[in-house]
Design a protein around this ligand. Structure first.
Ligand code: A3D
Length: 318
């Protein structure tokens, strides 16, 4: 039985961290593709040379040829420009659509049985484009956004309550934009509602709501907060870790429930668009979408977020 094979399309900031995490966790052999000559080869050689120190067995290869991605089990796409301060994710659509078109053609030709996880922005539009061009089933083309957006929400809650991030559970739904939907009602510390804990802490319902609203706002703008600090690019450690959680669930058939950018066919009242929802990820990709009833306020936020996704996706005229 051979090792699993993971191909990374894009060897930039996120691509480099993805490769290192794949190796450290021994998820399989890794190929990194980039159009820049020497970049993927250099990064993979650099990581491979500490296998003895980090104690991993994996073959790591950098390449400028799509042929090397053949027989991949999972392909993770980060090819594309990141945003700079002052830019929205949507500002990247023109340039990244061109890149995604060539990437998806490469995947279609050389890794037709793979499960593809897209990270390139604007996320919801790039996943849609990738699926259209590859023609792969919807269950095999998905996007990473919700794991990261949820992790950011969880982090802010844990800091506010002074508890371990490991004991906080929370999720965001919707598109990967400023209208994403952090689900306040289901945020909990080991099952105890976060709102109840905030009300206990502040002994004041209005203050608790104000604190939660601020965390929701920070979550929605968290990507931009990092961009403003870095000035030369966007977050890269956290999106890489988030995509690896999805890839690991697929490669190990763990069936984890992770917020995933999935193609919806009626779920949550959305038809024919990729939007972030809780999904079961296993060896077949998206194996189930876990639907549940949103309350009126959540549905309104979801509708607004989906409207933003629709506007952007429709502008591509696919
Ligand atoms: P960066 O470090 O610039 O890496 C992008 C890489 O793509 C570079 O090495 C390029 O050479 C390469 N590339 C360009 N064109 C092609 C092509 N045609 N084929 C193959 N490779 C190509 O960016 P990054 O790694 O920081 O970010 C990558 C993408 O992820 C950007 O679009 C970001 O906006 C996006 N991103 C998404 C999230 C999400 O959570 C969804 C978070 C952070 C960044």
């Amino acid at each position: 039985m051979g090792r699993k094979k993971i191909s990374l399309i894009g060897g930039g900031q996120i691509g480099g961290v993805l490769a290192q995490l794949c190796a450290l966790r021994e998820l399989g052999d890794v190929v990194m593709f980039d159009i820049v000559e020497g970049l993927p080869q250099g990064k993979m050689l650099d990581i491979a040379e500490v296998g003895s120190v980090d104690r991993f067995d994996a073959c790591l290869k950098g390449t400028n040829s799509y042929e090397d991605i053949k027989d991949s089990d999972v392909v993770i796409v980060t090819a594309g420009l990141p945003r700079k301060p002052g830019m929205s994710r949507d500002d990247l659509i023109e340039v990244n659509s061109k890149i995604m078109t060539s990437v998806a053609e490469g995947i279609k030709a050389y890794a037709p049985n793979s499960i593809v996880i897209v990270i390139s922005n604007p996320l919801d539009a790039m996943v849609t484009l990738c699926q259209k061009i590859t023609g792969f089933p919807y269950s095999r083309v998905i996007g990473q956004a919700g794991v990261l957006d949820s992790a950011r929400f969880i982090t802010f809650i844990a800091w506010e309550l002074g508890v371990s991030v490991k004991d906080v559970n929370a999720m965001t739904l919707g598109g990967h934009g400023d209208d994403m939907v952090p689900l306040v009602r289901y945020a909990s510390v080991n099952g105890i509602p976060v709102m109840e804990l905030l009300e206990n802490k502040y002994k004041d319902k209005a203050k608790a709501k104000e604190v939660m609203d601020a965390m929701v706002k920070r979550t929605r703008g968290a990507g931009g907060e990092v961009v403003a600090l870095l000035k030369t690019g966007s977050a890269f450690y956290s999106p890489a870790s988030s995509a690896i959680a999805m890839a690991e669930s697929i490669l190990k058939d763990s069936k984890r429930v992770l917020p995933t950018c999935c193609f919806l066919q009626g779920e949550f009242g959305v038809n024919g668009y990729y939007v972030g929802v809780p999904a079961v990820l296993g060896e077949k990709g998206v194996e189930q979408i876990l639907e549940f009833k949103l309350d009126a306020e959540e549905q309104e936020m979801m509708d607004k977020s989906v409207a933003a996704v629709k506007g952007l996706v429709d502008s591509m005229k696919l």
